[in-house]
Design a protein around this ligand. Structure first.
Ligand SMILES: Cc1cc2nc3c(=O)[nH]c(=O)nc-3n(C[C@H](O)[C@H](O)[C@H](O)COP(=O)(O)OP(=O)(O)OC[C@H]3O[C@@H](n4cnc5c(N)ncnc54)[C@H](O)[C@@H]3O)c2cc1C
Length: 304
């Protein structure tokens, strides 16, 4: 067990805001989960790097969290330090040539803020990301995408923190695949992403965003993590629906009637409810169809 008092002193000395025992129900879009021992809230990239260094120096398990829109945290919480990237939200045009515009966005920039920036600056290509409720860091880690596009299509390079050292990863080195990236396996921290976008007219961008927003309008409402399972040969939602599992419920968690790959918290769910429902859906789908569903979401903390 590390000396938490010394850790907290180090955070204070370096100007890093932190809080104790903050609940994951407030840090995640599904709105469930217990407390994080300590959550650090760096407000710029220097503090972000410091927070990571300090946590590592004190031998703490460290979790980097963006929008919390793709995670299910245990009801027992997380023993260690959560570093929230949300305050690390600088964004600017780094360079421009031959119609290409290279936008540097730090880990905590929300995809909504990236879209607003692109509209304001007349930069096209990232419109498809506008409705995803995550951050740039989380989107790079997950290679987030929709409507036939993913981060891979617009990513030029990434600055990562790798064992305390800042490194530049080319797009190729990021190994972006279907909801996967090198960052999920080698535990690098995404500090900033350089997007390769195009100079275009603001009206055109607004129009595209409106189309994508309309396409999302029948997406289930309520507290969720978006799609729970990865799509395989068939869309996971269709397979779950075919098994008649829409509306299936465990405690306060239920399979959406609108889109069977979404699990919704009715406001009373625990993470154990969500996890049990995921397990039950997987078991029934396997029995009835032979398909092994695999989670897209990430688990945080210990689950029984
Ligand atoms: C309503 C809804 C709709 C959604 N629609 C889509 C969709 O259309 N397409 C899609 O792909 N996803 C979708 N999602 C899922 C989710 O929004 C994306 O996966 C998003 O990119 C996650 O970003 P985040 O910042 O919330 O990441 P988080 O949930 O905070 O984190 C996800 C993972 O990345 C890690 N991580 C986060 N930031 C960093 C960092 N800087 N460095 C290292 N690791 C980090 C976390 O530890 C965790 O393992 C949806 C979710 C919801 C709730």
């Amino acid at each position: 067990m590390t000396d938490r008092k010394e850790l907290e002193k180090d955070f204070t000395k370096n100007g890093v805001n932190f809080a104790r025992a903050e609940s994951f129900s407030r840090l995640t879009t599904i709105g469930t989960g217990g407390g994080a021992d300590i959550i650090a809230r760096p407000q710029n990239v220097i503090e972000f790097i410091k927070a990571a260094e300090i946590s590592q120096k004190h031998g703490e398990r460290t979790l980097f969290l963006g929008g919390g829109s793709n995670v299910l945290a245990s009801d027992d919480g997380f023993r260690g330090v959560v570093v929230s990237t949300r305050g690390v939200s600088e964004i600017y045009v780094e360079r421009e040539n031959g119609g290409n515009v290279f936008v540097r966005a730090f880990a905590g920039v929300t995809l909504g803020a990236l879209s607003s920036f692109c509209v304001r600056e007349g930069i096209g290509g990232a419109e498809f990301l506008s409705g995803i409720p995550g951050t740039v860091g989380g989107a790079a880690v997950m290679n987030a995408g929709c409507f036939g596009n993913s981060v891979k299509d617009v990513l030029e390079s990434v600055f990562v923190l790798n064992d305390g050292k800042m490194e530049l990863f080319s797009a190729e080195e990021c190994s972006l695949g279907y909801r996967s990236s090198a960052f999920q396996t080698n535990k690098c921290v995404v500090v900033s992403v350089l997007f390769k976008l195009k100079r275009t007219f603001a009206e055109r961008i607004v129009k595209k965003i409106a189309i994508y927003t309309a396409l999302r309008s029948d997406q289930p409402k309520g507290k969720s993590m978006g799609s729970v399972f990865r799509n395989g040969a068939f869309p996971a939602g269709k397979v779950i629906e075919a098994c008649g599992l829409k509306g299936m419920r465990v405690g306060g968690a239920f399979v959406s009637e609108k889109h069977a790959n979404f699990i919704i918290n009715d406001g009373t769910a625990s993470s154990a409810d969500v996890r049990d429902l995921i397990r039950t859906v997987k078991t029934i789908v396997k029995e009835r169809t032979g398909v092994t569903l695999e989670e897209e979401i990430k688990y945080v903390g210990e689950f029984k």
